[in-house]
Each structure stands twice: as structure tokens, then as C-alpha cells.
Design a protein. Structure first.
Length: 108
């Protein structure tokens, strides 16, 4: 497994792999793997080892941990240029592209 763990999205702390026991029923036992922050305890979703290797579980947990939502880009009200055809407000497309670019979001 080659995927590195990013810092905690909440506090910026270091992350580590962790696991906890799991019962599948009929006396079958296994483990669920997840990533957690060493500082605040924030966790990724758990990935069960039922039917997959420990390395694959860690890979999936790391991918969930490292996934981040797109940043929120606030557009100032001064960029509004009036009503659109539906009676609502619309932004100037050039202002939108400039705001996205200044936030480091690539557009095509």
C-alpha cells in the first residue's frame, strides 16, 4: 500500500491506521479498519475485512480519509449584476471565473 495519510481535516493533527474487532455472525470474526486522528480522534469510515485483504481495507480507509470536499468560494454581493430571466439574481460569469481562479480551483 503506497497511499500516505493526509493531516486531519479538523485539527491538522497526524493520522494513523486503527482497527477494531467485528463479528459477522455464525461465529465468524474479523476486523474493521479505519484512519483516525492522533489528536482529536476524528475517524474515517470503517472498512470491513470480510472478503478482502487487510492491505485493501487500509487502502480504502486511506482514500476515504484523504478525500476532501471542494472549498467553498464566496462571491461578494458587489459582483451581482441584476435579475436573470427567472426573476432571481445572477452573477457576472467573468467574476465567477476570477473568484474560482483566485481560490485555486481549476476551470476549463
Amino acid at each position: 500500500m503506497s497511499e500516505e495519510l493526509g493531516e486531519c481535516p479538523h485539527c491538522g493533527g497526524a493520522a494513523r491506521f486503527a482497527k477494531h474487532p467485528e463479528t459477522y455472525g455464525q461465529g465468524s470474526f474479523g476486523e474493521s479498519h479505519f484512519v483516525e486522528c492522533e489528536c482529536c480522534g476524528c475517524r474515517s469510515k470503517s472498512v470491513s475485512d470480510y472478503g478482502q485483504t487487510t492491505d485493501r481495507c487500509k487502502e480504502l480507509a486511506a482514500a476515504a480519509w484523504n478525500r476532501r470536499a471542494a472549498p467553498v468560494v464566496e462571491l461578494p454581493e458587489t459582483e451581482w449584476f441584476g435579475n436573470d430571466d427567472a426573476g432571481g439574481f445572477a452573477y457576472d460569469p467573468d467574476a465567477i471565473m476570477a473568484a474560482l481562479s483566485s481560490a485555486g480551483i481549476k476551470t476549463e
